[in-house]
Every structure is written in C-alpha cells, then in structure tokens.
Design a protein around this ligand. Structure first.
Ligand code: GBH
Length: 525
C-alpha cells in the first residue's frame, strides 16, 4: 500500500515536472563498463572529531567541536564526539577491516589540539598525541595502506578560538603554519598526500555566517564568513609554500585542499536570467576558494562585488594584495573534490540596495532525484561528470582527487545493512567518474568513499549514517560490521572498476538496471 502510494506520487511528480536539463543527452544515464587507469587510487575517508573519541584523554586540548557539542541544543539528541567510534582505541581493528576490503588508501585527519593542546608550539607539544598518529600511520603502512592526511577537518583548538576569535583573525595563520610544519616534519617521511583544509566554504558559512556549526558565530552580514575564508586561503597558501620550499625535495609528497563543490544546472537553459543565476551560484559556492587557487588567482566577481558593498562594515577588508594573489595562485599540487549532490538554479530578483548578490538565486531539486537521509543529499550521478568537466575547463585542468562522495541512511531498527541506496549511489557516481576520464579526459586520479564507517555527523549527531561499515553506538565496544556496500566497493577496487565482457558486466549490468529502473532507492525513503 505504502509502496503503491509512493509510486503514485513519484509518477505524478515526474509527470508534472517541466525541468529541462540543458543539452539533455539520451545516453546520459547509460552504463559504461570499463576499468580505471593503472594506479588509480581507491580510498575511503573519515575525520578526527567524527571517529576518534577520547576527547579529553592523554593530554588532548579542547576543540571548538568539543565545546560546541557540549552546548545544549547544538546537536540532535545531544550527541557528542566524546566517544564517537572510539577509533583512538580501535584503530588497529579499523585497519584490519580496511585490509579486508582490499583498500590501499585511507584519508583521515589529525586533531590539531591532540598535538598542540592550546594550538601553539609555544604552548608545548603533546607527545601522546604524536605517538597516536605515528601508530596509526605505521599500522596503515604495515598493512599496505597509504595514508592521506587532512590537517584541518574543523576541530580548531578552543584556545585559539578564545584568544583570536578563530579564523576571522589573520594572526592564526602563523599558528596554522607552525602546526603544518610540525606535521610535515614529524609524519612526512611516511605521509605523501596532504590536504591543508577540508571544505573551507562549509566551515566559513556554517561556522561563521549561519552559526549552525562550531564555533557557532551567527553573522548574517557575511562579514565574518568572508574574513574566515580570506584567512583560510592565506593559511592554505602558507602551508603549501612551506612544504614546497622546505619539504618537497626531501619528502616528495603532494599537498592539496579538499573543496566542497556543487553542480548547479539552470532551471531553464533557454532563459538567460536562469543561466546567469546559475553562473553566480557556481562562482559563489565553488569559485570562492577554487578561483583564487586554481583559477585566475582572485575572488570571483560575485565575491568582490559583495566585499565592495560591505566595505564600510569591515575593519579588515578582505582584498588580496598582488603579493597575496601570487602566493595563493597555483598553491596546490592537486584539487581535492568533495562532491555529493546537484541543484537546479533559477534567478531571484533582489533589491540591490538592501540585499546581497548571495541572495540573487534560488536552488531546488527535481522530484525524481532519490533523496538520502540527509535533507540536502539527492542522488544526481550525471552532475558529477558535468562538474568534473567544468573543473577541467575553469580551474586549469588540475589533477583531481575525489576526496569525498557518499550516501546516508537513517538510524533505524533494524539497521540498513543491505544498503541498496548506497550501492546504487556509489555505482552510478563511480561510473560517471569513468565517463569523465575516458570521454572528457578529466585527470581524475582518485576516488574516495565517505565514509569508511558510520560516525558523528556534525549537527545531526549519530542520526545519519554514511558508513560502508555499520557502527553500533549503543554498545560500549562500538562494534563495526561491514554493510553490503562494503563488499560492493571491495569488488570495484579488486576489478579497478567495471571490467568489460564476461560475467562481471552481466552482474553489474543487472545491478545497474535495478538501480536505474526500479523503485529500490525511492522505497527506502
Ligand atoms: C562533508 O561535508 C564533510 O567533509 C564530512 O565531514 C561530512 O561527514 C560529510 O560531508 C557528510 O555530510 O546543498 O546547499 O543544501 C559536506 C557538507 C553538508 C555541505 C550539506 C553542503 C548543504 C548545503 N555539506 N551542505 S546545500
């Protein structure tokens, strides 16, 4: 009955929708069998605050996420990362599970306050924290898994927040650079892939504009958000130059940044207003960080216009000097792409006197796009291919590492172990990466599934599950169990994609038809 009802609604909505996806191409949703280039990197990812726990153990300092999650009302159900997946204790087990999947790479992040409790070198290094990361890295390498390390995945030392107000203050750049230098020096003999920051756009807009994330600053003028971004770009460039001049020759690694990039499609591609609204959205969301580093070295026009308007309110006007620009431009060995979803964009007229250009577009989704547990997560696999082509054309054809891509289920009983929604998501998105490589010659070098296991999903706590492994958060041992998607991804890794011919294609093709043709995904909603 419920199924029939859902089906009926789905049909009606598809029927009523008048969306047109631009140069719609009949082969857009076709399955393309094939394997990835030799040496293609298959990885999964996590982040320190989301998995480690041990928030106040062994000399670790408090982070802004400890403070934030301990503040009533900030996180659903009052969940915190105090224990999380307990990976501080269980990392060896995690590595064995990775090995069982045939994973050869693993992306994780360092907790800055675990290494420098008050964020500064002067405040002293916490040797127990250094030992922990040495152990994780050694354990990975001993099991044939290459570490990919994010220096900053949102858990700023609370002491730096208190002392400087966090990322709005440029004095923090020096401390970040010292921390990065220490990490390169200490772990760089074994770590060859670095990410300076995870998703600056998300951390500045949710942390310093809407206040939904730590440190919880609500500033609708955008001044704090823009200053945050400005500081981050400088900090990123500093760390890259440190590596480039001091460590590269000796260590031979690569340093990039993980940007959260969205694909936006005009609602009506024949309507110039929608097309330019889409362009503004892409500039603002993607170009804010991508353009200074990978594009022409400066902010996109939409950002510059906004800064001009805000100038009177700003103490420190975020504009780059020529020296800043030349330091930031080209300061990455690869572009890390965190991509999850797409949006349909249309123009929204604004009053230029009182409103910002940020409000000059409107985003929506199509009714036929399957939705994950997260309210923002819609599966639009072809959006990834278009985004990758856009990156190639607008951001200097860089080496691209997909550093995150994934799907959420709810925290339901019984848990979703036959996670068809996730398998369909991975399968279709991965195939779009293959198309981007083979048909559009985008230099994609890596694909990373978010996440290795269910974890602390920020303000959603443990209510949204992104893992290839199920974690039981009510059991003090935090047992992990592989979901069906783990064995699916294991096969993809073992086959280096979807090999042509023979049995494999038939099985994969059947799966594809199930994902594309039926209501498997919709039924899960
Ligand atoms: C990533 O953030 C994080 O790096 C990771 O830690 C996190 O667990 C994972 O994704 C899953 O959320 O589309 O306009 O409605 C992704 C954060 C959250 C950024 C949703 C964009 C929606 C804006 N994304 N947000 S919109």
């Amino acid at each position: 009955m419920l199924f029939f009802f859902t089906f009926l609604i789905a049909l009606t909505m598809v029927h009523c929708a008048h969306y047109d996806y631009g140069e719609y191409d009949r082969t857009r949703d076709d399955f393309r069998p094939g394997t990835f280039p030799d040496g293609f990197i298959w990885s999964t990812a996590t982040a320190s605050y989301q998995i480690e726990g041990a928030w106040n153990v062994d000399g670790k300092g408090e982070s802004i996420w400890d403070r934030f999650s301990h503040t009533p009302g900030k996180v659903d159900r009052g969940d915190t990362g105090d224990v999380a997946c307990d990976s501080h204790n269980k990392y060896r087990e995690d590595v064995q599970l990775m090995k069982a999947m045939g994973l050869k790479y693993y992306r994780f992040s360092l907790s800055w306050p675990r290494i420098f409790p008050d964020g500064t070198v002067a405040g002293g290094v916490n040797q127990a924290g250094v030992d922990y990361y040495n152990n994780v890295i050694d354990e990975l390498l001993a099991n044939g898994i290459t570490p990919m390390v994010t220096l900053y995945h949102w858990d700023l030392p609370q002491a730096l927040q208190d002392r400087y107000g966090g990322w709005v203050n440029e004095e923090i750049v020096e401390h970040y650079d010292n921390y990065a230098t220490f990490a390169f020096q200490t772990f760089g003999d074994r770590v060859k892939y670095w990410l300076t920051f995870n998703e600056p756009m998300v951390l500045c807009s949710l942390g310093y504009t809407s206040g939904e994330h730590a440190p919880g600053i609500h500033d609708p003028t955008s001044v704090s958000g823009l200053s945050c971004g400005h500081t981050l770009l400088k900090a990123h460039a500093r760390a890259w130059h440190t590596y480039n001049t001091t460590f590269r020759q000796l260590q031979g690694g690569k340093v990039g940044i993980a940007l959260s990039l969205l694909w936006a499609e005009p609602r009506d591609p024949d309507l110039p207003a929608d097309v330019s609204a889409t362009d503004r959205a892409m500039q603002m969301i993607n170009g804010w960080f991508a353009q200074p580093i990978f594009g022409d070295g400066d902010y996109p026009n939409v950002i510059k216009e906004t800064v001009q308007k805000l100038k009177s309110q700003l103490t420190e006007v975020p504009e780059f000097t020529d020296e800043d620009k030349s330091l930031i431009h080209g300061s990455a060995d690869f572009l890390g792409v965190n991509h999850y979803s797409s949006r349909i964009t249309s123009d929204k007229p604004i009053d230029i006197q009182t409103q910002s250009v940020f409000e000059s577009f409107q985003m929506t989704t199509a009714p036929e796009w399957p939705r994950g547990q997260s309210d923002w997560l819609f599966a639009v696999p072809w959006g990834l291919r278009r985004l990758l082509k856009y990156i190639k054309e607008h951001y200097g054809d860089p080496d691209v590492y997909i550093t995150e891509n994934g799907w959420s289920d709810g925290d339901v009983q019984p848990p979703v172990m036959e996670d068809t929604g996730r398998i369909c998501y991975y399968m279709t998105y991965i195939d779009e990466v293959l198309k981007a490589i083979e048909e559009d010659q985008v230099k994609v070098r890596a694909y990373t599934a978010w996440s290795f296991m269910d974890n602390f999903e920020w303000t959603r706590g443990y209510t949204e599950r992104f893992g290839l492994h199920y974690v039981n958060f009510t059991d003090s041992n935090r047992p992990r169990t592989p979901k069906q998607s783990a064995s699916f991804y294991k096969d993809v890794i073992a086959n280096n994609g979807f090999p042509k011919g023979a049995e494999v294609t038939r099985i994969v093709q059947d799966m594809w038809e199930q994902c594309r043709g039926s209501d498997t995904v919709k039924e899960e909603l």
